[in-house]
Design a protein around this ligand. Structure first.
Ligand code: NAD
Length: 334
């Protein structure tokens, strides 16, 4: 059987590792091999890949997507790319944007250029609903003009447009996905769900931004990965696909659920100064992915959240230690 050789960037992070575990797991296709390319920033964790480490269809390369020579060599050995690697936390981009521009913009362009020159036959670029900016009501279709507000969102919007330009100018087979907020296990504890859960389970207080009424649509990482796989295998070249989860909640409502799940109450919540430029609400219209690819979210939010909380409760040895190959382990700051 001929194998499709897939290069997965950022495969040691939250969503990328979920994708790799799914592809190489019992229910994944048996006609793919996977190479993870990851620089092992603070967000990566070697333990995220432990379940596939012994697969003969898996290989790990520790390296930077901005390293043109490395990337060129890898592209020559692969058929397809699924590109998750990025600096991914808005707050960090407010503190310092340089690494966001380097990894998210230059890194993506470096990959695209190498993909073009080495004849890659499909490049899936993973983006975010944040590129559309805040929307008070309704949902953004893929045609909505981009209006990113944070340096993170601006770096992702830049990389989306560069990715699409490689299709329009050069004919590279590119698809872009724009998903809403992912939740699930194996996520570094800095974004609201894993941060709040790990702190509450440890009996600590959690910081709620502003009035707590910012609204996000929650997407279970399993549903996201299913959509990415549909796009990789059936998406149309040059197209953008929104991927939503269908559970819209403001942060106060989410906090209430997390407090309940962790056996805590509002005494554990500290209202803190709002994030600069904090987008009020994101919402994507994902009918295109549904109509063209048959995508729809399957995971019930209450069940997905309960499973996530249980995982953090039972796996502190995994998330509590940021590990990278060949290095001493350190305790994550939470
Ligand atoms: P993450 O921060 O958990 O993982 C990112 C991974 O990329 C890490 O393993 C890191 O080491 C790697 N990486 C970063 N810079 C690199 C570089 N220069 N070279 C090689 N590897 C590098 O992120 P995530 O939450 O898994 O997000 C994956 C993708 O999905 C990102 O592109 C992000 O923008 C997008 N996204 C995430 C969410 C979400 O809710 N987490 C929502 C929308 C979109």
């Amino acid at each position: 059987m001929s194998q499709t050789r897939i290069l997965v960037t950022g495969g040691a992070g939250f969503i990328g590792s979920h994708y790799v575990r799914t592809l190489l797991g019992a229910l994944g296709p048996d006609d793919v091999t996977v190479t993870v390319l990851d620089a092992f920033t603070y967000a990566a964790n070697l333990a995220n890949l432990a379940p596939v480490a012994h697969s003969d269809r898996y290989r790990l390369v520790v390296g930077d997507i901005c390293d043109r020579e490395l990337v060129d060599g890898l592209m020559a050995e692969h058929d397809q790319v699924v590109h998750f690697a990025a600096e991914s936390h808005v707050d960090r981009s407010l503190a310092s944007a340089a690494e966001f521009v380097r990894s998210n913009v230059l890194g993506t362009q470096t990959l695209l250029d190498a993909a073009l020159h080495q004849g890659i036959d499909r490049f899936v670029h993973i983006s975010t609903d944040e590129v559309y900016g805040s929307i008070p009501a309704g949902s953004c279709s893929e045609e909505q003009p981009l209006h990113p507000n944070s340096p993170y969102a601006a770096s992702k919007a830049s990389s989306d447009l560069i990715a699409l330009s490689y299709h329009r100018s050069h004919g590279l087979d590119v698809c872009v996905t724009r998903c809403s907020n992912n939740y699930g296990y194996h996520q570094y504890p800095e974004k609201i769900i894993p941060l709040f859960v790990t702190r509450l389970l440890a009996g600590r207080k959690v910081p709620l931004y502003g009035d707590g009424l910012n609204v996000r649509d929650w997407l279970h990482v399993d549903d996201h990965i299913r959509a990415v796989e549909l796009v990789r295998t059936r998406g149309r070249a040059g197209e953008v696909y929104n991927i939503g989860g269908g559970t819209e909640l403001d942060n106060r409502g989410l906090t209430e659920l997390l407090l309940e799940a962790c056996g805590a109450d509002w005494e554990s919540v500290e209202y803190v100064t709002d994030r600069k430029g904090h987008d009020r609400r994101y919402s994507v219209d994902w009918r295109k992915a549904h109509i063209e690819l048959g995508y729809k979210p399957h995971v019930d939010f209450a069940e997905g959240l309960a499973e996530t909380v249980a995982w953090y409760r039972d796996n502190s040895e995994v998330w509590g230690r940021a590990t990278r190959p060949g290095q001493a382990t350190g305790t994550a700051p939470c």
